[in-house]
Each structure stands twice: as C-alpha cells, then as structure tokens.
Design a protein. Structure first.
Length: 113
C-alpha cells in the first residue's frame, strides 16, 4: 500500500517524470512525421492537468463523499470536460487530450490503482 510519505516523495519527482513523458511523446512524433508541425506544449499542459486531476480524486479532496484511493469515474466525460475548459480548438487539440489521458494513467500507475 502506498503511504502518504511515498506519495509526497513521488510528487517531488513529478517534474522529472513529466519531462521524460513529454520528451518521449515529442521524440515519437518527430520520428513518425519528422517534418510535420506539432504543438507538444499542449501535450505537456494536458499531462499536468490529468496528473493533478487524478491526484485530487485519489486524495479525496478531503470530503466524506469521496474517500482516498478513488479514481476518475467516467474518463471519457472527464477528458471532454477538460478539453472544453481548456479552450483549445483546432488540429492540435488531440495533443492536449493525449496529455490529459497520459497524466491520469501515469498517476494511477504510480499509486497502483
């Protein structure tokens, strides 16, 4: 079981993990489509949003209605909500979406849910 101390330590290494994931994402797309334009900063932004959201759900926000250890329920609706709230439009909104999904996945993998 993950302790609060482990969670705190993992959050201290958050930036390192995020940059590894973002750099991997960028390297993949640069290899697949070397001359295509991308906006990888949207992926990074989405990753931060998704990771933070998953953390908040896991910690329970300090309410009785949501106990620690929970994960985001209807992921598809949640991701759509985040896309709409971001205000991003156009051909690169997919990078933000992929980032949100990956951030959630990475946090959940870290805590084992």
């Amino acid at each position: 079981m993950l302790s609060l101390l482990d969670l705190e330590d993992a959050n201290h290494r958050l930036e390192e993990r995020m940059y590894d994931v973002v750099n991997g994402h960028a390297a993949y797309w640069d290899r697949i489509a070397p001359n295509a334009p991308f906006e990888h900063w949207r992926f990074e932004n989405g990753w931060k949003v998704g990771y933070r959201d998953a953390y908040i759900f896991f910690m329970g926000r300090g309410t009785e209605a949501v106990s620690p250890g929970n994960k985001i329920g209807n992921l598809e609706l949640w991701v759509l909500k985040r896309i709409r709230e971001s205000g991003f439009r156009g051909e690169f909104v997919w990078e933000f979406e992929k980032g949100v999904r990956r951030g959630i996945k990475d946090f959940e993998a870290m805590v084992g849910i």
